[in-house]
Design a protein around this ligand. Structure first.
Ligand code: SF4
Length: 488
C-alpha cells in the first residue's frame, strides 16, 4: 500500500472501498453509535436548547479568547500549575521533551489525546530514544500495530476482533484467542506495570475552566486517571480553544459530549484537576505542566467562518454520521483528524496545498451538522474551503497565494452552464441538443458505466458513472408537457 496522506485522498478512498475487512469493521459504526446516541439524547429534556447553550458558551469564549486564556492561566498558576506556550507543534514537542529531559525521566505513560496526535508527539519522543506507552486500550492496540488512530474517539475502530487477536499473539506473546476478556486481561497486566514504573504522565485536555484553572479529562478506562495521578510529573497538552469560561458550563458540555460521541449518559471517569497536590499525603503529581498550543488556531480564529471550527469538542459524532467516513474509514483522510471535522480542520492546520482534496470528501448532505452538539456548520466550512481551493478568495493561506487549483476548463464549463441556465431560450435549446447527444450513452433507459473513447473525452461524466447510474434527460421537458396539456 502506498503512503497515505491527505494529498492522496482519492486514491486512499478507492483502496479503502476495496478493503473487505475494513468495510466489515466499519459496518456497524452508524447503527451502533448512531442508535446509542439517539437513545441517550432522548434522556435529555431540551436537547436543542442544550446545543444552543454550548454553542453560545463556545462563541463567547472564542470572541474573547485572550481574556479567558489569561484568566485560565492566572488561576491554574495560583493552583500550582506551570504554564508553557507553544506556537506550533514542533515547539510543543520540544517543550515536552525538555521537561522530560530536565527530570532525567525515561519511563513515560500517555493517555489518549488528539492534541498530541496532532503534533506527532510520540514520533518526536521516539526520535530522541524515548518510548512513551499509550495506555488507552484502543491507542495501545494501534501503537502495537505501528498505525495511527482512524477515529477521534475509537482509535482502533478499523480493526476486527480477529486482527486484534493476531496482533496480541504476535506482539504480546499470548496464545491466539478471540476471547475479549483474555485479551483485555493481558493488556491490563502489561499496562499496570507501565503505570507503576512511570516517571512522567502525558495527557490531553477536554476542557480548561477559566474561572478556576481546572482541567477536565474524560475517559472510560481509568487509564487517564492513573496517567495523571501516579507519576510525579504530569504534562498536559491543550489546544488554546479548549478553555471555557465557567465551571457551570461543564454541566452543559458533560451532558452533550458523551451522549454525542459514544451514546453514554456520562463517561465512566471524569478527572477534574486543579493544580498539583497540596500536601505530601495527597494523591496526585508534584508537578503539573500545561502546554498551551496554538498550532494554527489563531489563524482559524481570525475569520468568522473558520472560527467555528474551534468550537469542536472532539466528540466524533460527525464521523459516525458521515456517509463518506462510513465507507472509507479514517486512514483514507491521511490525517489524525478524519471525517467531516477532519476535512475542515486538516486543511487549516497543515495548509490547503497538502490537503486540497479533503474539502471535497463530502456529499454535503448535512448529516454532520445535524448531529454536531455545538452546531458547527461543517457544510458551510467545506464550501468556504472549496472556494479557497478554486478561487483563493476567502481568508487563509490560499487567499495570499491565489487559487490552489487552477482549472480553466472547469471554469469555462461552469461559465457556459451558468449562462445557458440563466437564459430561457438557451436552456430550451441546450436541453434539446443534450437530449439528442445523450443517445450515444443511454443503455436500457440509464446512463451507466461510461467507458472507452467517451471516458477519455468526458472524464467528469465517466467519473460519475463509474460508481452509479445517471438518469437520462426526460424525452420531454416539464414545460413541453405543460404546453401540450394546455393545448388539450
Ligand atoms: S464537529 Fe461537532 S460532531 Fe464533529 S467532532 Fe466536533 S463537536 Fe463532534
Amino acid at each position: 500500500m502506498h503512503q497515505q496522506t491527505s494529498e492522496t485522498f482519492d486514491r486512499n478512498a478507492r483502496e479503502a472501498l476495496a478493503d473487505v475487512q475494513l468495510r466489515g469493521a466499519l459496518r456497524n459504526l452508524a447503527t451502533t453509535f448512531g442508535g446509542r446516541r439517539k437513545e441517550a439524547i432522548a434522556t435529555v429534556e431540551d436537547w436543542e436548547g442544550l446545543r444552543d447553550r454550548a454553542r453560545a458558551a463556545k462563541d463567547e469564549t472564542l470572541a474573547h479568547l485572550d481574556k479567558y486564556l489569561e484568566q485560565f492561566v492566572g488561576n491554574a498558576e495560583k493552583a500550582g500549575a506551570q504554564i508553557h506556550w507553544a506556537r506550533d507543534g514542533a515547539e510543543a514537542c520540544r517543550i515536552v521533551l525538555d521537561l522530560i529531559r530536565a527530570r532525567g525521566a525515561s519511563r513515560l505513560v500517555k493517555s489518549k489525546s488528539m492534541a498530541t496526535e496532532e503534533i506527532h508527539l510520540n514520533a518526536a519522543l521516539e526520535a530522541e530514544g524515548l518510548a512513551p506507552v499509550e495506555t488507552d486500550l484502543g491507542e495501545w492496540i494501534i501503537q502495537l500495530a505501528h498505525e495511527t488512530p482512524s477515529h477521534i474517539v475509537v482509535p482502533a475502530i478499523h480493526k476486527s476482533k480477529r486482527q486484534i487477536a493476531e496482533l496480541f499473539a504476535e506482539k504480546v506473546g499470548i496464545e491466539p484467542t478471540d476471547d475479549v476478556a483474555v485479551l483485555t486481561g493481558a493488556a491490563r497486566r502489561i499496562l499496570r506495570r507501565s503505570f507503576a514504573e512511570a516517571e512522567v504522565g502525558i495527557s490531553g485536555v477536554n476542557f480548561g475552566v477559566a474561572e478556576t484553572g481546572t482541567i477536565l479529562i474524560l475517559e472510560n478506562e481509568g487509564n487517564a486517571r492513573l496517567t495523571t495521578s501516579l507519576p510525579r510529573t504530569h504534562i498536559a497538552v491543550m489546544g488554546i480553544e479548549k478553555v471555557i469560561p465557567k465551571f457551570t458550563d461543564l454541566d452543559v458540555f458533560l451532558k452533550l459530549l458523551p451522549r454525542s460521541g459514544t451514546g453514554q449518559r456520562l463517561t465512566a471517569y471524569q478527572s477534574l484537576i486543579t493544580g498539583t497536590k497540596r500536601r505530601p499525603e495527597d494523591e496526585g503529581p508534584e508537578e503539573l505542566h500545561l502546554v498551551l498550543m496554538d498550532n494554527g488556531r489563531s489563524r482559524m480564529l481570525s475569520h468568522p467562518v473558520t472560527r467555528q471550527s474551534l468550537a469542536c469538542i472532539r466528540c466524533g459524532a460527525c464521523l459516525n454520521a458521515c456517509p463518506v467516513y462510513q465507507q472509507v474509514g479514517g486512514h483514507a483522510y491521511g490525517s489524525v483528524y478524519p471525517g467531516p471535522i477532519g476535512a475542515v480542520i486538516t486543511p487549516q492546520l497543515s495548509g490547503l496545498k497538502q490537503s486540497a482534496q479533503l474539502p471535497y470528501a463530502s456529499s454535503l448532505c448535512g448529516a454532520c451538522r445535524e448531529v454536531c452538539p455545538v452546531k458547527i456548520d461543517i457544510p458551510e466550512l467545506l464550501l468556504h474551503l472549496r472556494a479557497e481551493v478554486t478561487e483563493g478568495t476567502a481568508a487563509g493561506t490560499a487567499a495570499q497565494h491565489g487559487p490552489v487549483k487552477s482549472r480553466p476548463l472547469e471554469r469555462l464549463a461552469f461559465g457556459l452552464y451558468a449562462r445557458a441556465w440563466s437564459s430561457p431560450t438557451l436552456y430550451l435549446w441546450g436541453a434539446r441538443v443534450a437530449r439528442l447527444l445523450q443517445g450515444a450513452v443511454v443503455r436500457k433507459g440509464r446512463i451507466g458505466k461510461v467507458g472507452g473513447l467517451l471516458a477519455k473525452l468526458a472524464p467528469p461524466l465517466a467519473a460519475w458513472t463509474e460508481w452509479r447510474d445517471a438518469p437520462p434527460l426526460a424525452p420531454r421537458t416539464f414545460r413541453e408537457q405543460w404546453r401540450e396539456e394546455q393545448k388539450r
